[in-house]
Design a protein around this ligand. Sequence first.
Ligand code: PLP
Length: 461
Amino acid sequence: MAKKYVPEPFRIKMVETIKMLTREEREQKIEEAKYNMFNLKGEDVYIDLLTDSGTNAMSQEQWAGVMVGDEAYAGGKSYFKLLDTARDIFDYKYIQPVHQGRAAEKVLFGILMGEGKYAISNMFFDTTRAHVELTGARAIDCVVEEAKKPEVRAPFKGNMDVEKLEKLINEYGPEKIALVVMTVTNNSAGGQPVSIENMRKTAAVCKKYGIRMNIDAARYAENAYFIKRREEGYADKSIKEIVKEMFSYGDMFTMSAKKDTIVNMGGLIGVKDDEKLFQDVKGRTISFEGFITYGGLSGRDLECLAIGLNEGIDESYLEYRNGQMEYLASRLDDAGIAYQAPVGGHGLFIDAKKMFPHIPYYEFPGQALAIELYKEAGIRTCDIGSYMLGNDPDTGEQLQASFEFTRLAIPRRVYTQAHFDVMADALIAIKERAKDVKGYKITWEPPILRHFQASLEPLDK
Ligand SMILES: *Cc1c(COP(=O)(O)O)cnc(C)c1O
């Protein structure tokens, strides 16, 4: 039976009209978009689940903050408000705003690594991996095995495989490991959380070998909520206390504030106490982002970010947000639709391989389901599978991904229970006609990051 939907802990004061095109119109639009979700116009989408990044709804306090943001080039009030708030939550001495998560990576990683070095993570997000490799270093994933099995329910599928981590350190040599990156929640594994115990153990291994740990903290609040719900000894702690403990295990953090901080643009770098490192961060921020007291953002962005940091760790908000995910997941359980289980923090990752066993990986089941969802109900999602993975750079052959997911990423404070029912009903309708759904072939693709731009064609043509 479907779980009870946790009611919104807010009421709606401003609305944005959305409309559903007719099925014929949708079929025409997706054909014109060459079956690529990124080519669709936003206004032709009814429910937009392409990403939860920067698509969040701000509160009345944040919109009021837009008006009082201090636009001084240097030393604005909003900057100091942001520092005070971030220091209070994370307990790090040094905080640097930047324009988004990848800017934090670009500024920080260029200081810490280069040719011949390695960085190891429970799983690198794609821009994080790119910024490791742009320095000349190599990125290695080291997630626990259960993360790779969508049907295996475990409380902390985002965890680092600590034993394997120590093995890798010894194999490459501790002096070659520039950084360990702990991604919370583990985005690429389906928004799966990392336990406090795992963070503590990972930090202990790092300390043993003199390696520093960076927290990739885009979804730190959702991770803390999972710890409170699932980890022994944390049920009575506040989210803020849990966040403080999580960050106590890191030496620094990079953060995309477009996720749990509930703004549309922004990012942060935090350094716990290394003054020399922070001096370098400030120097590179000025070169790449702008002066240190605005870091590539407007004063009003800094103001909203400061407010969002506190709203993001509000427990009633997190309970409602997680409740949305669980409601949708329970409707899919009832219908026998498989997904990365248990449901993650920011979205539902449907197992498209299970839904379309007749579509091989090189005909892109995850993309086929994304296209069906648009045709069925105007819902925009994306493929997280072989279509996204691309070709082997040496042989040019299509690689096979470990998963064939279609991701429904849920924007924060944007959609209501009726929208979630539209999502579930659409998936159920597609499942009923799953055997008639065909695969796709690529008719044009750029050499890198092809999924953003490629053209496709259905194979029944
Ligand atoms: C989104 C994200 C990033 C990159 O942040 P942007 O704000 O998109 O540049 C880095 N790491 C993780 C885990 C993310 O989810």
